[in-house]
Design a protein. Structure first.
Length: 250
């Protein structure tokens, strides 16, 4: 758990420095990174998250309701985040808010990050619930980390466009950075008092599965506007798919 906390925290904070290397108005690399992470998230949702929660639950049909809740919860969160979690920056739209803190944006991304961290559960709990092997944990951890790179870059770009100060923007990025670590700590604390396949695990995993399905499909559709062919994005998408499938061999 400690390793996962460090990985997710520093992934976000270090990704914030990418704004110094890549100008936000040149987002070609970002679209490729999004295509890669979107394909990876979609694949691990189908091959890891959903099988784990369905097989560990005595009433698997209930999982479907939580997946739907997670899907539409993400839809609501995006009303406040403006799609930052899948690479939307809209820095030009925030010029008239120069100097202000986007609290609703930060709050929605914190909830998003918290939920993602909450599914990284202790191995003892996974073993007791007859879930996927240890590789499943690292597959999901890698997926969350990959997803946080473009999201942190986009958030940092928005913060910087408002605050005009890198250090101030980076300090507010901490809110997003601590979301997943707190999710890990809280969920593992709650699950330590719950039998495998219980309501907390079902709810959290179902919510995040629905969340991932919404984000990944949105990313994949947006990276192919009007279904136009783009070889680079197609390759990035296939690489994300292949990497996610290869984690099953770990």
């Amino acid at each position: 758990m400690f390793v996962a906390i460090l990985v997710l925290f520093f992934t976000v904070m270090l990704s914030g420095f990418l704004v110094k290397l890549f100008p936000p108005n040149n987002a070609r690399w970002l679209k490729i990174a999004l295509a890669f992470s979107g394909a990876y998230l979609f694949t691990i949702t189908i091959t890891h998250l959903l099988p784990d929660v369905l097989l560990s639950n005595k009433e698997p049909h209930i999982v479907g309701y939580w997946v739907l809740a997670g899907f539409f919860l993400q839809l609501i969160l995006e009303l406040f985040s403006h799609g930052v979690e899948h690479g939307h920056m809209h820095t030009h739209a925030h010029d008239h808010h120069s100097g202000s803190i986007p609290f609703l944006l930060l709050a929605s991304l914190f909830v998003h990050s918290f939920l993602e961290g909450s599914i990284l559960v202790d191995q003892d709990y996974r073993d007791a619930g007859h879930m996927h092997h240890q590789g499943s944990f690292y597959s999901v951890l890698l997926g969350v980390a990959l997803h946080h790179v473009p999201a942190a870059f986009a958030l940092m770009s928005v913060l910087l466009s408002r605050l005009k100060n890198f250090r101030k923007a980076l300090s507010w990025l901490l809110i997003f950075a601590i979301g997943s670590p707190l999710g890990i700590l809280v969920s593992n604390s709650l699950l330590s008092h719950e039998a495998p396949g219980g309501m907390v695990y079902t709810a959290l995993t179902g919510l995040v599965a629905g969340n991932f399905l919404h984000i990944s499909t949105t990313i994949l559709f947006e990276t192919s506007p009007e279904h136009s062919f783009n070889r680079t994005k197609l390759i990035a998408t296939l690489l994300g798919l292949v990497l996610a499938l290869l984690t099953d061999l770990i």
